[in-house]
Design a protein around this ligand. Structure first.
Ligand code: G1P
Length: 300
């Protein structure tokens, strides 16, 4: 079983990051030195994706440019013997990987964005990655972990994570029947429930492996939470017909759609960065001492 195509819905307005996202895509925000979308693309490729389908909106040209060949830049770097940087630029898109860009004319929600990818996906199983959920997978990337589950069970797989009940209404939430440790069959799925209505604390995060049946179901999905066509609602219809598994991935997720999550990601990835780790660790250690000395409230 192969999953060759990955869909990246990147048409969101990124209002939580204004003014940074006024003229450029939130998926282009860098974590240390790479934009979020590049982490997402690398994760898809690590799970075997060969065709990358971006569903874009306004102000997303930077994403297109990022994955395009930059002849002038490459010639300039070559002329200046900046070999390492030249490699860094050339490695953004490995050979054999193709990109397709589809414009989502109206921002009608995640479900609608995925539906826009139908002509490019066709009748194949595919993955969806939401780039603002940056996941540092333990041992292997999150989508590659899910790929293993998909290979074994041959069904749709959705990444999930336990979250604090106070945050539950920001997510799709599932109720499952256990199948194996960290794996359950979804019995119920609801988008952004109130805390008191949530079926569990198991939240959907931005990684999905789906069968193409989802497109037919999305076509007849009415607007749901926030007046948007929700992918969660189409998955809710899908569980009536097919098995959909919820997989608790191993690793750490950073919600880079929120400022705090984004800051945390930069600190953690900075501490692991081959060129920066040592100096940055010293800086953070010095800062912690300073903060501890300042005591609660930050005043000496
Ligand atoms: C989307 C999905 C939601 C999921 C979340 C994960 O919501 O609709 O089900 O839990 O991504 O990040 P959004 O964050 O776009 O509101």
């Amino acid at each position: 079983m192969r999953m060759r195509k990955a869909v990246f819905p990147v048409a969101g307005l990124g209002t939580r990051f204004l003014p940074a996202t006024k003229a450029s895509a939130k998926e282009m925000l860098p974590v240390v030195d790479k934009p979020l979308i590049q982490y997402a693309v690398q994760e898809a490729i690590s799970a075997g994706a060969e065709e990358l389908i971006f569903v874009t909106g306004r102000s997303k040209n930077s994403i297109m440019d990022h994955f395009d060949k930059a002849y002038e830049l490459e010639a300039e770097l070559a002329a200046r013997n900046k070999t390492k940087l030249l490699e860094t630029v050339q490695e953004i898109l490995p050979p054999g990987i193709t990109c397709i860009f589809i414009r989502q004319a109206e921002a009608l929600g995640l479900g609608h964005a995925v539906l826009c990818a139908w002509p490019a996906v066709g009748d194949e199983d595919f993955s969806v990655i939401l780039a603002d959920d940056l996941i540092d997978g333990k041992l292997r990337p999150c989508l590659a972990q899910m790929q293993r589950v998909y290979q074994e069970y041959g069904t749709s797989v959705i990444a999930c994570e336990r979250v604090a009940m106070d945050d539950i209404s920001s997510y799709g939430v599932v109720e499952t029947q256990p199948v194996a440790p960290g794996l359950g069959e979804i019995r119920r799925i609801v988008e952004k429930p109130k805390k008191e209505d949530a079926p569990s604390n198991l939240a959907v995060v931005g990684r999905y492996i789906l069968t193409p049946r989802i497109f037919k179901l999305l076509e007849r999905t009415p607007r749901g939470a926030n007046g948007e066509i929700q992918l969660t609602d189409a998955i809710s219809a899908m569980i009536q017909e097919q098995t959909v598994l919820a997989y608790e991935f191993e690793g750490t997720r950073y919600d880079c759609g929120s400022k705090l999550g984004y800051l945390k990601a930069n600190v953690e990835y900075g501490l692991k960065h081959p060129e920066l780790a040592t100096e940055f660790r010293e800086y953070i250690a010095g800062m912690s001492q300073h903060l501890n000395a300042a005591g609660p409230g930050g005043k000496k």
